[in-house]
Write a protein that binds this ligand. Structure first.
Ligand code: UGA
Length: 428
C-alpha cells in the first residue's frame, strides 16, 4: 500500500500537524514533518510526543518508519509535492488571526510549479487569495489548496479516520485532485469547492457549534428560573432531526484553542468588511457570563466567599486533553480568588500547565487531597475519574457540603447519597 501513496510534507508539528502526520502515515504515506522548533524536532525524533492526545503516541510509534522529523524544509521539498501547512494562527490583540507563521512558510517556499501549499491551519476567508498574491509577488508559482481541519482534541485520531466530510477548496488544478486522492480511502463525503468557500466552511461551522452551546446555556439559565430540567429539554430538542443532539450540553462555557479564537476572528472579519455580526457578539457574551455564573451559585449557598475554601475538579478546557487555552477554570479561579476565597484544584493531566497559569491556587496533587477541608467543590472538567468519584469518601474529606456540577456530568443521586448538596446547571 505504501508504494502507491505519495510522500507528503507537514509543516508545523502542533496538534493539527502531528495528528495529520500520524493519520496519513497510518494510511501508508511517507510523511516528512518540518518544524522550526529544533528542541521539539529532537524530542519527536527520539519518540517523545509533546502533547497529550489519546492514541497518538501509539500511532506515531507504530508508523515510525514512515515518519521523519526535521527543521530543514529542503528534504521535504525534494520528496513531497503536497505541503500541508499546520502552523499556529493565534488571535492578535484586535481579535484577528495572527497569520505571521503562515507568511513565514510562504517566504520559505522555492520558486516551484510542482509543489502545492495545502492549508490546514484555520485561517480567515480571504487568506488563500492573499497567500496566492504573495506567492505571485515573490515569483513562486506554487498551487494552493484550502483543506480545513475539523478534528477535536481528545478524539483527534478518530476524527481523522472517520471525518463527517472532507472539504477541499482549490482552483480545479492538479493539487486539488491530489488532495482528494489522499483522502479517498477514508470514504468521507467530499465538498470540493473554491478556496474562499472552503475557508468559510471552517469558521462558519465553529461559529455555529459555539452558537448551539451558548443557546443551550441560555436555555439552562431559563430552566433554573422555571424549574425545568435542561437535560430533559435538550433531549427533547435533540431528537428533532432538524436540531440534532450534538453540542447541546449545557455547562460553564466553552473554551479551547478554537471556538473562542475562531468566533472572534469571524466577528472581526465581518466587522473589517463593514458587517456587524450581531449574533456572534451575543454568543461570546453569553459564554463569558456563563463562566462567572458559578460564582453566584457558590454565593447563593455559602454567602460571602471571603475565607471560604473552594475546590476545582478539572482544569483543562475539556477532558482528555492537557490544553488550558481559554479554559473556564482560569476565569473561575481568578474570580474566586478576587472574591477572597481559598482555591485548591486538581486535574489528572493539565496540572503542570495549570500551575504556571494559576498563581494563588493550591495543587495538593489528588482529587481527595484537593477536597480536604473544602466548603464547596466545582466540577469544571468532566474527567471520568471525577464522574466515578466515591462521594461518601469525598464528603468525609470536605468540611462543607456543596457540589456544583459545572458540566452536568455527575449523578445527583450519588452525590446526595454522600450527604452532599447537588447543584447542576439548569437542573432543578
Ligand atoms: C472544536 C471543533 O469541535 C472541531 O471540529 C474543530 O476542528 C476544532 O474546534 C478546531 O477548530 O480546531 P475542540 O476545541 O477540540 O474542537 O473541542 P470541542 O469538543 O468542540 O469542545 C469545545 C468546547 O466546547 C469545550 O470547552 C467543551 O467543553 C465545550 N462544549 C462542547 C460544551 O460546553 N457543550 C457541548 O455540548 C459541547
Amino acid at each position: 500500500m505504501s508504494t502507491e501513496r505519495e510522500p507528503i510534507a507537514v509543516i508545523g508539528t502542533g496538534y493539527v500537524g502531528l495528528v495529520t502526520a500520524a493519520g496519513f502515515a497510518e494510511l501508508g504515506n511517507e510523511v516528512l514533518c518540518v518544524d522550526v522548533d529544533a528542541a521539539k524536532v529532537e524530542r519527536l525524533t527520539a519518540g517523545e510526543v509533546p502533547i497529550y492526545e489519546p492514541g497518538l503516541a501509539e500511532v506515531l510509534e507504530s508508523c515510525r518508519e514512515r515518519l521523519h522529523f526535521s527543521t530543514q524544509l529542503a528534504d521535504a521539498l525534494e520528496r513531497a509535492r503536497l505541503l500541508f501547512v499546520c502552523v499556529g494562527t493565534p488571535p492578535t490583540h484586535s481579535g484577528d488571526a495572527d497569520l505571521s507563521a503562515v507568511h513565514d512558510v510562504v517566504a520559505s517556499m522555492p520558486a516551484s510549479d510542482t509543489h502545492a501549499l495545502v492549508m490546514k491551519s484555520t485561517v480567515p476567508p480571504g487568506t488563500g487569495t492573499a497567500v496566492k498574491r504573495a506567492l505571485a509577488q515573490q515569483g513562486k508559482p506554487l498551487a494552493y489548496v484550502s483543506c480545513p481541519e475539523f478534528l477535536r482534541e481528545g478524539s483527534a485520531l478518530k476524527d481523522f479516520r472517520h471525518p463527517d466530510r472532507v472539504v477541499v477548496g482549490d482552483e480545479g488544478d492538479w493539487a486539488g485532485d491530489a488532495v482528494v486522492a489522499l483522502y479517498e480511502p477514508l470514504g468521507a463525503p467530499l465538498v470540493r469547492t473554491d478556496v474562499v468557500s472552503a475557508e468559510m466552511v471552517k469558521l462558519a461551522t465553529n461559529a455555529f457549534l459555539s452558537t448551539k452551546i451558548s443557546f443551550i446555556n441560555e436555555i439552562a439559565n431559563v430552566c433554573e428560573e422555571t424549574g425545568a430540567d435542561v437535560l430533559e429539554v435538550a433531549r427533547g430538542m435533540g431528537l428533532d432531526s432538524r436540531v440534532g443532539p450534538a453540542f447541546l450540553r449545557p455547562g460553564i462555557g466553552f473554551g479551547g484553542s478554537c471556538f473562542p479564537k475562531d468566533i472572534s476572528a469571524l466577528k472581526q472579519l465581518a466587522g473589517n468588511s463593514g458587517y456587524h455580526f450581531q449574533l456572534l457578539n451575543a454568543v461570546i457574551e453569553v459564554n463569558d457570563l456563563q463562566k462567572r455564573r458559578v460564582v453566584s451559585k457558590l454565593v447563593k449557598h455559602l454567602g460571602d466567599l471571603v475565607g471560604k475554601r473552594v475546590t476545582l475538579l478539572g482544569l483543562a478546557f475539556k477532558p482528555d486533553t492537557d490544553d488550558m487555552r481559554e479554559a473556564s477554570s482560569l476565569v473561575l479561579a481568578a474570580r474566586l480568588l478576587a472574591e477572597g476565597a481559598h482555591v485548591s484544584a486538581y486535574d489528572p493531566v493539565a496540572e503542570a500547565h495549570a500551575r504556571e497559569l494559576m498563581p494563588g491556587v493550591d495543587f495538593p496533587g489528588s482529587a481527595l487531597a484537593a477536597l480536604e477541608g473544602a466548603d464547596a467543590c466545582v466540577l469544571v472538567t468532566e474527567w471520568a475519574q471525577f464522574t466515578e468519584l466515591d462521594w461518601q469518601t469525598a464528603a468525609q474529606a470536605m468540611r462543607g457540603e456543596l457540589v456544583v456540577d459545572g458540566r452536568n456530568a455527575l449523578d445527583p443521586a450519588a452525590v446526595r447519597a454522600g450527604g452532599l448538596t447537588y447543584e447542576g446547571i439548569g437542573r432543578p
